[in-house]
Design a protein around this ligand. Structure first.
Ligand code: FRU
Length: 503
């Protein structure tokens, strides 16, 4: 693949060439290897002809492409989204003499005569640690002759000693929960209907337990992607904290909460193989169905790939508003161990007052940077200050911007990069952050700027915003401005050049 193009992310996964959408089968194997699979068209830079592509990593940032893991059974069927689990106890019987067997569960979507037909659920097993898969002879494992029935997410339910699976009835505003002792026989248990934003299709549900700051017990969360119908247009993802008793999920309240305030964060999937109670790791597809088939990177001149994943995000929940007694369940999602890919320190200033930091990173091989700004010594009565960053191209003058105001808005703006003039490619996105008693008088923001993917993080990595962007020439100059600081407040600014993991 051509990973040298200036629009190629260098610490994000993108396919060698052609089209990728949802993350699938995410798991961390017992030997510590990260496996991601993904919706992949190996023949064209547009969606369709879906296989499960595969990549592996030792650190979640440095990926090596692997052979296609799951192939369609015939030329009128696509292998749609699904998940994979490590069947440590050989519940399936596929793995008589190993404890690292992998079972993938996915949707087979038929397209007889090119039109959408039956969608049914199948499994495949891997005895070589997730590199090659054998389809189960007893497939399908669930078939309802339903044309909108997909995206099984399987997870081990330790208290019951069985598998739980959740999938979407996409056009019925319905998510269905199943259980199984062996990944082959599935029993329908319950439905959750008509929750969240009113969108056209429910897709890629996940059911996972997340740690919650300030309490010992983790909280069950249903994450649900919807498309189209997101508030910014097209694709979006929401989550519902709630109670799960092994068969039924009951949301705690009727709020719709979003996992990301950017327009390019979809179909996120949590990795299997991480013990409950720990921070769980998710990766999102950093694109949007509204324009993903049109973005410039599909052209040979720009790398011929569509699109990229987010970096791995370590997710937990916290109540971040004041008063602390309110259960807000904010989504904390920070780039997991991002220092793994720190290469050089480009700027470091721990005692900045109102002021500016300038960085020329023209010579940085990766073209990818990470910045972190923290304002300290703020008081609850006067939480004032602002942070702004601008990454610009010395060749064209184009620029990408983001910023935040203490106690208020976090924003990004990709509207001054010009390679993709598309009316749906929304310029600006913003959301509110929280400054409360738990902030300890600090306000911070960070940003990962990786050639054509921007991830912005608010105070305490909540909220996060993801946006793809397409400049006509590489961005190579960074300016960070800190202003309007409350008396006594101080700022620290750090900027790192990141590793060119693909070069
Ligand atoms: C979500 C989705 C899934 C489906 C897959 C097809 O982006 O539409 O519902 O399984 O993509 O590629």
């Amino acid at each position: 693949g051509n990973y040298g193009n200036y629009l190629r992310p260098q610490v994000h996964y993108s396919p060698s060439r052609y089209f990728m959408n949802d993350p699938n089968g995410m798991h961390i194997a017992p030997d510590g290897t990260w496996h991601i699979y993904f919706q992949y068209n190996p023949t064209d830079p547009v969606a369709g002809n879906v296989h499960w592509g595969h990549a592996a990593s030792q650190d979640g940032y440095t990926w090596t492409n692997q052979k296609i893991a799951i192939w369609p059974p015939n030329d009128y069927t696509s292998v749609f989204s699904g998940s994979a689990v490590i069947d440590v106890n050989n519940t399936s019987g596929f793995f008589p003499d190993q404890d690292n067997g992998v079972v993938a569960m996915y949707t087979l979507a038929e397209y007889p005569n090119g039109t959408a037909g039956n969608q049914y659920q199948a499994i495949a097993y891997s005895r070589d640690g997730g590199y090659t898969f054998e389809a189960y002879e007893g497939n399908p494992v669930i078939n309802r002759y339903n044309t909108q029935f997909r995206d099984p997410y399987v997870h081990w339910y330790a208290p019951g000693g069985y598998w739980v699976m959740v999938l979407a009835h996409s056009v019925e505003f319905k998510v269905e929960f199943f259980t199984s002792p062996d990944l082959k026989e599935w029993t329908a248990q319950s439905n959750l209907t008509r929750y969240g934003v009113q969108a056209v299709q429910y897709e890629c549900p996940n059911l996972i337990e997340l740690p919650m700051e300030g309490q010992d017990e983790p909280v069950w969360v249903l994450q649900l992607s919807v498309n189209p119908g997101g508030p910014l247009g097209g694709s979006t993802a929401q989550y519902f904290p709630g109670a799960f008793n092994g068969t039924h999920f009951e949301p705690y309240d009727s709020l719709t909460r979003f996992t990301d305030f950017g327009k390019d964060s979809y179909a996120g999937q949590f990795f299997n193989g991480i013990p409950p109670g720990e921070e769980q790791i998710v990766m999102n597809w950093a694109s949007n169905w509204q324009y993903t088939n049109l973005v410039p990177t599909g052209n040979e001149e720009y790398g011929q790939f569509r699109s990229a994943m987010s970096v791995p995000r370590c997710v937990s929940l916290a109540n971040t508003t004041s008063p602390a007694s309110e259960q807000t369940y904010n989504w904390i999602s920070k780039p997991c161990a991002i220092d793994t890919v720190f290469d050089t320190v480009l700027a470091s200033n721990d005692t900045l007052d109102n002021g500016t930091v300038l960085v020329d990173y023209r010579d940085l091989e990766s073209g990818a940077i990470y910045l972190e700004v923290t304002i300290s010594n703020l008081t609850l009565d006067n939480p004032a200050g602002s942070i702004n960053f601008t990454a610009s191209s010395s060749l064209t003058g184009e620029y990408l911007q983001g910023g935040s105001v203490v106690g208020g808005v976090i924003w990004l703006d990709r509207g001054h990069t010009y390679l993709f003039p598309n009316p749906l490619f929304t310029d600006k996105m913003s959301v509110n952050g929280f400054f409360g008693e738990q902030s300890n008088g600090t306000w911070s923001m960070s940003a990962l700027i990786d050639n054509s993917v921007l991830e912005v993080f608010g105070p305490k990595y909540s909220p996060a915003g993801t946006a793809s962007f397409f400049p006509e020439a590489p961005l190579d100059t960074l300016r960070i401005d800190v202003g309007s600081l409350a008396p006594g407040a101080t700022a620290s600014v750090q900027v790192w050049g990141l590793t060119a993991t693909w070069l």
